[in-house]
Design a protein around this ligand. Structure first.
Ligand SMILES: Cc1cc2nc3c(=O)[nH]c(=O)nc-3n(C[C@H](O)[C@H](O)[C@H](O)COP(=O)(O)OP(=O)(O)OC[C@H]3O[C@@H](n4cnc5c(N)ncnc54)[C@H](O)[C@@H]3O)c2cc1C
Length: 406
């Protein structure tokens, strides 16, 4: 396969670059000294800081004008209807510039689900508000007793007149504290086999009885939450698909970005920055690279693995381009990417020895704003979220290699 851009792709890439160059707010430009980790569109949108709010709105408007909040949605629903290859180019350029995506789970998960399973009324109510960046969504799937084995979920919804009444608990609800609406899987028939008694419901996150409580992660950040339901009344019109068929609705919530190209670009950038700093005049004194053959070998190994990840991405996009749906191939790329992110973080802290323990990004002694120390901690969940490494290996073993199930 020829990986050089076609003539159309050259033109499209230039358009994306131009928008990023001219419209990306200063707040999100790393070159302007923006802090690592700063600038999440979803939290900026409701920030108390008017500048952060303005940046989020300006960026959403710039993307919305071109349908680029939802590049993969069909044009008839307000997306850009980009081909898989154009989506790939778009993602590449966004990742290269570290420009934040807009629309979060509304764009990646809920919108595509409503397009396939929703009613006309549901699409008319929710899609425009996702596309304008007005409403952000969170995902309520996992429960304390149901993660990898999601079909064991127990949060109960009972039909009562025109409503469902929900009681139970979700956990690890990312961004629920900055979201406006929640989509959730709930149990509507406890007697049925476990996959067949589940329904998919949408609800305003501020509905009485619905409480979102923070979970602070080991990097002392508030990213996810516990979500409690106490007699939460949700109009039955917010059921997506048929009652008790929610498992199949939920299972089709595919993130269309399965190539992990953003992960490959991020890994390449991390490694390039690490090498540049560790060999620079400023960084040489803190770096152990000149003292250790094995460390230099690890850097070389990280380079090889980053290039392998690029090839996984290319394989997936070439499948999508041919109309195929990646399956165990997406698991391979997810597994490899999430483990590489952790290895790169460990490598960075090793290169800086004891300096690699400094946590405060403003400490002048902390190499590269302590980013590797932070990555060391923040990369740990990457092998759990969106399907743990063990689950990915199960998929590769059974669906990919045809091995028998245990
Ligand atoms: C950063 C982050 C964000 C998240 N955001 C959300 C969100 O927004 N909404 C949401 O609903 N959920 C979210 N989750 C939850 C996530 O989907 C679950 O953590 C994940 O599915 C694993 O479930 P669990 O934590 O219950 O672990 P468990 O399923 O209990 O797994 C525990 C361990 O057992 C292993 N294991 C389990 N089953 C098998 C098996 N069959 N074979 C081999 N090993 C197995 C696992 O790999 C793991 O090591 C998030 C998680 C993280 C870390």
């Amino acid at each position: 396969m020829d990986w050089n851009d076609s003539e159309e792709q050259v033109i499209f890439r230039a358009q994306v670059r131009e928008v990023i160059e001219t419209k990306l707010p200063e707040r999100y430009r790393r070159s302007s000294g923006a802090e690592e980790g700063a600038g999440s569109w979803q939290s900026d949108r409701i920030s108390k800081d008017p500048e952060a709010r303005k940046a989020a709105t300006d960026w959403a408007n710039a993307l919305a004008e071109r349908g680029w909040i939802a590049p993969h949605w069909p044009k008839e629903y307000g997306g850009a209807g980009l081909t898989p290859m154009e989506q790939f180019v778009f993602k590449q350029e966004m990742a290269q510039a570290q420009a934040p995506g807009v629309g979060g789970m509304g764009v990646s998960l809920l919108g595509p689900t409503l397009i396939v399973h929703g009613t006309e009324a549901q699409r008319a109510e929710h899609l425009p508000r996702i596309l304008s960046g007005e409403v952000a969504w969170a995902e309520g799937y996992s429960e304390p007793g149901a993660g990898s084995d999601l079909a064991s979920l127990q949060t109960r919804a009972i039909k009562d007149g025109d409503d469902y009444v929900i009681n139970g608990q979700k956990i690890w609800t990312s961004g629920a504290h900055t979201a406006d609406w929640l989509f959730a899987l709930v149990r509507t028939d406890p007697e049925a086999p476990k996959h067949r008694g589940i329904s998919f419901l949408m609800m305003d996150i501020h509905t009485p009885g619905l409480n979102v409580r923070p979970l602070i992660n080991m990097a002392w950040e508030h990213g996810f939450n516990e979500t409690f339901f106490e007699d939460v009344r949700v109009p039955a019109k917010n059921l997506v698909g048929d009652e008790n068929r929610g498992w199949y609705v939920g299972a089709s919530l595919l993130d269309f970005e399965r190539s992990n190209i953003a992960g490959a670009i991020e890994n390449r950038r991390i490694l390039t920055d690490l090498i540049a700093y560790a060999t620079s005049e400023d960084g040489r004194g803190q770096s152990r690279l000149s003292q250790s053959d094995s460390l230099r070998h690890e850097v070389a190994e990280a380079y090889v693995q980053t290039e392998v990840l690029f090839n996984f991405s290319f394989r997936i996009i070439s499948m999508q381009n041919r109309g195929l749906i990646p399956n165990y191939e997406a698991s391979t790329s997810k597994l490899f990417n999430s483990e590489l992110v952790q290895r790169s973080a460990r490598l960075g802290t090793k290169v800086f020895g004891l300096y690699g323990n400094l946590w405060d990004r403003h400490d002048p002694r902390a190499p590269m704003g302590a980013q590797f120390t932070r990555r060391y901690v923040t990369s740990i969940p990457s092998t759990i979220a969106a399907g743990s490494s063990e689950i990915q290996r199960n998929i590769i073993a059974t669906r990919g290699l045809g091995l028998p199930r245990g």
